[in-house]
Design a protein around this ligand. Structure first.
Ligand SMILES: [Zn+2]
Length: 149
């Protein structure tokens, strides 16, 4: 290159990029310099928040547990009044006794004690040893059951 001057040797090529663009380069040079530092400085404090978002999915199952609030009814061996979720009517449950774990354990216990074939079947005839199923008296839907064991 010739050190005499920038405009003289190649006026056609240098005039266009050097002289007029000097203002544009100034404007362009400022824009790329400012953006990097701002997002860089603000980017660091922005990183922690995404970690907090991970706790949000953990709260989703909590809303599902609220469904169980509708079933805090404790069934016992006596009829209870309950609003049937199937027919939406307030009804008194109808009890049906079924041989549960306690009846079978009593049967097995009687067999171990040497009771005869007929005696070990006695627990299946005693309602107090059986599980109780609560059915809706209107639509015959099983609303719940009471387990002895
Ligand atoms: Zn019902």
């Amino acid at each position: 290159m010739q050190p005499s001057g920038n405009y003289h040797p190649i006026p056609g090529e240098y005039v266009v990029p050097s002289a007029p663009p000097s203002y544009e380069e100034a404007t362009y040079s400022h824009q790329p310099y400012f953006p990097p530092p701002h997002p860089g400085m603000e980017g660091k404090p922005m990183h922690p928040p995404p970690h907090v978002i991970h706790s949000a999915p953990m709260q989703v199952p909590v809303t599902v547990q609220t469904v169980y609030v509708q079933h805090p009814v404790s069934f016992h061996d006596r009829p209870i009044q309950i609003c049937c979720p199937h027919c939406n009517r307030l009804t008194t449950t109808r009890l049906i006794h079924s041989s549960g774990a306690l009846a079978w354990l009593s049967c097995g216990g009687l067999c171990l004690l040497g009771c005869g074939f007929g005696c070990c079947l006695i627990p299946f005839c005693i309602d107090s040893l059986k599980d109780v199923d609560h059915y809706c008296s209107n639509c015959e839907t099983l609303l719940g059951s009471y387990k002895r064991i």
